[in-house]
Design a protein around this ligand. Structure first.
Ligand code: ATP
Ligand code: MG
Length: 448
């Protein structure tokens, strides 16, 4: 019986079995032993099972283990209600607006524990485009599986038996490197347009091909993204940019016609050769950092994505005669306002973005005390990295960035020797100022 199931799973043919009965794939064929899952997720499953509940590691973690990738985090699905889960674990709390989930803390780990979701009823609340607004009914495991987006994401791993439960032929699809939607793709995109972005991100990240059935409707349905709450788009965009495969993701987003809805200015930017070069360089850098396990800063990322738009506005304002720094601040606000409508960039990140931009003109000043003051700026490092990128992209003469690289590393006297002679204008401007030299533009935004 089991052999028959396995051969069906690996044959690439769709199972004819009842969808309510999953294929049970034993460890002997998938090879994921229980030591491969995090100790926290294992303990959570064991505790829930000891109370008579079903409990599985589910979703991305199982998928990633099956294709030999490192899971980012381990999620657990169970038939216990959030209140029950909350009671079994002292260090846990119920969170979530759309759907209640429980965060369980185990040592350093935080596990997301979700109760099986039920099928969407006919009376489910939707917006006028068909997007599901509320879906907080619990259900059976089979219903939970059917509610997930892609077949590869509807896999349940039982640490007790080390078996994978596969309701929608996900293991076979993974073998064939296919990302296949569960159910009718158009209907699933209408319910939740973010699935289009997830398709692109997961395919790029995992090296999968989006099944043609799921890929085809994306272009014509792309505009549905406009109705998605900006905060959710921002979350997804951040996931995409920090996936370690952002260049591939963005290239594919563009190919699928999805970039318009995300960053309204992105299509403009990507069409300017200078802007595209800058953005791609920055993303390649970020991907490299993510893959080496280094942190990334969302502020830095968005600062690079939007910089050429700021430059364009800034140039226009300066041409109209607005003073240089005032014009930069106006341009920054204009660009962030336009983005804010589509993408809810959080206030904190918007602050980081502005800090980085506002530092840029200050790197031009290489005489007197100002370069020293700039080195002491808390955001110096981010501003400098940004400057280096501008140099690499050819937007500015890389001589400036090189100078700053040497200036930082030089010792006392050598550093002083590097300073450029004061220009007549510099002195005059400084004399008029009452504030000390380090009360510059970036401090101003940081204190806002
Ligand atoms: P990642 O590697 O980014 O964590 P993931 O697939 O685990 O990928 P999560 O956002 O962590 O993504 O979601 C966990 C699981 O929840 C998914 O594997 C999928 O089964 C389900 N899921 C998430 N988002 C959706 C959605 N929009 N529609 C249906 N199911 C979803
Ligand atoms: Mg996940």
């Amino acid at each position: 019986m089991i052999r028959k199931l396995i051969s069906r799973v690996f044959s690439g043919k769709k199972p004819t079995a009842n969808r309510h009965e999953p294929a049970v794939i034993p460890v002997s064929s998938h090879g994921i032993t229980r030591d491969r899952i995090s100790s926290g997720s294992r303990r959570v499953c064991e505790t829930l099972q000891s109370h008579g509940h079903k409990a599985y590691v589910v979703g991305g973690a199982v998928r990633d283990l099956l294709i030999g990738a490192d899971p980012k985090d381990f999620d657990v699905a169970t038939d216990a209600t959030p209140e029950e889960v909350r009671r079994y674990f002292r260090r846990s709390r119920i969170i979530g607006r759309r759907f209640q989930i429980v965060h369980v803390m185990m040592g350093q780990e935080t596990l997301e524990v979700t109760t099986f979701r039920g099928a969407l009823g006919d009376d489910v609340k939707k917006d006028e485009h068909g997007r599901v607004l509320h879906d907080n009914v619990f259900g059976s495991q089979a219903e939970d599986a059917a509610r997930r987006d892609f077949t590869a994401n509807a896999l349940y791993y039982d640490p007790a038996t080390e078996a994978v439960l596969d309701y929608h032929h996900g293991v076979g699809d993974l073998k064939h490197k296919t990302l296949r939607m569960i159910g009718e793709p158009r209907a699933r995109y209408r319910e939740d347009p973010v699935r289009m972005l997830r398709a692109v991100r997961l395919a790029a990240k995992l090296g999968l091909i989006i099944d043609p059935e799921a890929r085809k409707p994306i272009r014509e349905m792309a505009e549905l993204l406009e109705n998605v709450p900006p905060a959710r788009l921002f979350d997804e965009m951040l996931k995409l940019l920090t996936s370690g495969h952002s260049v591939k993701c963005l290239t594919q987003l563009r190919d699928e016609g999805l970039h318009h809805g995300l960053l309204p200015l992105l299509d403009v930017i990507l069409e300017q050769p200078m802007g595209e070069k800058f953005v791609m360089l920055s993303l390649a850098n970020t991907d490299e950092r993510v893959r080496r396990g280094k942190g990334t800063s969302p502020g830095f990322l968005f600062a690079t994505l939007l910089w050429h738009e700021v430059l364009a506005h800034w140039e226009k304002l300066k041409a109209k005669g607005e003073p240089k720094i005032a014009a930069l601040y106006t341009a920054m606000d204009t660009v962030l306002d336009v983005q804010g409508e589509k993408l809810a960039i959080t206030r904190r990140i918007a602050g980081d973005i502005k800090d980085i931009w506002a530092l840029q003109p200050r790197f031009e000043q290489r005489a007197g005390k100002r370069p020293y003051a700039l080195l002491e700026q808390p955001r110096f490092r981010a501003g400098y990295d940004f400057l280096v990128l501008r140099g690499q992209a050819g937007e500015i003469d890389s001589e400036i960035a090189d100078w700053w690289t040497r200036f930082q590393n030089a010792e006392g006297d050598k550093r002083a020797e590097m300073l450029l002679p004061e220009q007549a204008g510099d002195k005059k401007r400084r004399r008029r100022r009452k504030k000390p030299a380090n009360a510059g533009a970036a401090n101003h935004t940081a204190n806002e």
